[in-house]
Write a protein that binds this ligand. Structure first.
Ligand SMILES: Nc1ncnc2c1ncn2[C@@H]1O[C@H](COP(=O)(O)OP(=O)(O)OP(=O)(O)O)[C@@H](O)[C@H]1O
Ligand SMILES: O=C(O)[C@H](O)CO
Length: 530
């Protein structure tokens, strides 16, 4: 604590600020609301599958430049892909290098072609004469027999390649469920049971995918291993905080060490060790059959035929949002692309930051900055990023730079206690609205939280917007916020509030780099800095 207070002193937070209460109550809501929506759209636009592929592949005659390396095209190109966004990625790859493409197979979510077609996203669909076979599966994001069939086709294609060939692997979120290849003797049903139990017990994506990797014939680098001696280039659209290559879609092109004790520790943590099928014991007790002894003796040689390139991520989405903010006359600050942790703590952080940017007393209480910094580890934000943000907020206000647009991304979590309809973005917006409403002095902030895939939980909305008038608005319409929150019913709440005008409904976007948060903080020109 002492350290944190000292840090806040270092940040010059002791300015005696004088705030005029009346001035702070004025709001320019509709304009901020519209700009917040435009900033979100720009974030999503910047990570559209076809756009990120276009930005990362450069074609010069028969040369393909990617990730700083050059590959020669001699009608030697093959393609596989799995994930929610790979259809759009594949369509763009085919537009760029389709003349050298021999064959491709992609595993995509059930019904996605029809949905994209219905949303008018023809640019994300393959041409009728495409050389790529599209296989749909994994209904409700769960591995199923269809996805297993796709995984088999992908494995077969990769296994038949020679050293003259180049395999492009398209990877995006949802790829784990779309590439199920249970290591024998484990059955698909058994593997599905294990992952479902882990997910229901609250395992993180890191834990879940560590287990999935250990039980698979294709994850944890094994797909790239199958393709050897062909060159492998993986284009990855990241949906995991920090973009860990070995975890996104369980890393089929990234060699990972197989450590059974790590897997057992995870199963123990969620008290699952004693309710597992015997096949799992068998899989975990022997070295992976497809990783021969030669591989283990010379691990550094295993993947020198593989190039993994992250072509889209939450960071890129935030950068695009930031550029849009500037265009709209806002002053962007990117807090972090790694916001996680319980939605209560995340909402608290935004409440504190808004309060900080607009404190009502003569001086910012050092406890305010201290509490912000203390929350950092709980919400996945580094102290350095919080300090930088606080410092910029101080500077922007001091120099009267206008409306600030605080941007962040990541994936907070909700502990479900009720049976309502909602998602983590709508629940976060609702909780931030409560924070903003409970402030004595209104900052005039508008907050937006949205899933970049366009779908927040099992709802038709991507997220919602909110501001400090939320509580008053809800009360005047007879809506009991606490009741909706207890039942995790944020979608119903926002649908009923002012005829759903606060919902964010971009429709299915065809991409996924987790969530984007934007908090627009209007200036408070009446502040005097002495
Ligand atoms: N009623 C609800 N209220 C709040 N959050 C919910 C509710 N129902 C589900 N969720 C949360 O929504 C999340 C699942 O939503 P979603 O389908 O958007 O997942 P996702 O993690 O974005 O998946 P993907 O990464 O595959 O897109 C889970 O974290 C779950 O806790
Ligand atoms: O498919 C998966 O494993 C998740 O979406 C994380 O990438």
């Amino acid at each position: 604590m002492a350290q944190i207070i000292a840090l806040s002193r270092f940040l010059h937070l002791q300015h005696p600020l004088r705030v005029s209460l009346a001035s702070l109550c004025s709001r320019s809501m509709s304009s901020l609301d519209t700009r917040a929506r435009a900033v979100f759209s720009a974030a999503v636009e910047g990570v559209q599958p076809d756009i990120v592929v276009h930005m990362s592949l450069e074609r010069h005659g028969d040369k393909l430049l990617v990730g700083g390396q050059s590959f020669t095209l001699t009608n030697n190109l093959y393609l596989v892909g799995f994930g929610k966004a790979v259809l759009g990625m594949a369509a763009e790859v085919e537009r760029i290098v389709g003349d050298h493409l021999i064959k491709g197979v992609i595993s995509v979510p059930h019904g996605i072609q029809k949905t994209l077609h219905n949303h008018g996203k023809e640019n994300m669909l393959l041409e009728n004469n495409s050389r790529i076979t599209v296989m749909e599966g994994a209904k409700n994001n769960l591995p199923d027999a269809d996805a297993q069939k796709s995984a088999e086709c992908i494995r077969e294609l990769a296994s038949g390649l020679t050293e003259k060939d180049l395999l492009l692997v398209l990877i995006s979120g949802g790829g784990s469920a779309l590439l199920p290849a249970p290591a024998p003797p484990m059955s698909l049903q058994e593997k599905q049971d294990v992952t479902r139990k882990l997910a229901a017990a609250g395992a993180t994506i890191q834990e879940l995918n560590t287990v999935r990797r250990a039980l698979s014939l294709l994850k944890g680098g094994s797909l790239a291993q199958c393709a050897k001696p062909a060159q492998v280039v993986a284009l990855i659209l990241s949906d995991v905080i920090g973009d860990p290559l070995d975890l996104i879609a369980s890393g089929p092109t990234v060699r990972s060490d197989f450590k059974p004790e790590e897997v057992w520790a995870i199963l123990d943590r969620y008290k699952l060790s004693y309710s597992l099928p015997s096949s799992m014991n068998e899989v975990l007790s022997k070295a992976r059959p497809h990783y021969g002894s030669q591989v283990q003796e010379q691990p550094e040689e295993v993947q020198d035929h593989v190039l993994n390139v992250v072509i889209g991520s939450n960071t890129i989405a935030l950068e695009c949002a930031s550029r849009k903010a500037v265009e709209l006359g806002l002053r962007p600050i990117i807090l972090s692309p790694g916001v996680c942790g319980d939605v209560h703590s995340v909402a608290r952080l935004y409440g504190l930051l808004s309060r900080f940017a607009c404190f009502p007393e003569k001086e910012t209480p050092p406890e305010l900055a201290a509490e912000i910094l203390q929350l950092g580890p709980e919400v996945g934000v580094e102290s350095w990023d919080l300090c930088r943000t606080i410092n910029m907020l101080v500077e922007e206000r001091k120099e009267d730079w206008g409306v600030t647009c605080l941007l962040a991304g990541g994936e907070p979590t909700v502990q479900l206690t009720g049976k309502g309809r909602g998602g983590r973005n709508q629940e976060l917006a609702l909780r931030v609205g409560l924070e903003l409403s409970s402030d004595e002095v209104k900052s005039g902030a508008v907050f937006l939280s949205g899933g970049t895939d366009g779908q927040d939980g099992p709802t038709e909305a991507a997220g919602a917007l909110t501001d400090g008038e939320l509580m008053k608005e809800a009360m005047s319409q007879g809506l009991d916020i606490d009741g909706f929150l207890t039942n995790n019913d944020s979608f119903t709440f926002f649908s009923q509030l002012s005829e759903g005008q606060w919902l964010l409904k971009p429709g299915l976007t065809g991409t996924n780099v987790m969530d984007v948060h934007a908090m627009l903080l209007p200036p408070s020109p009446q502040r005097d800095f002495q």
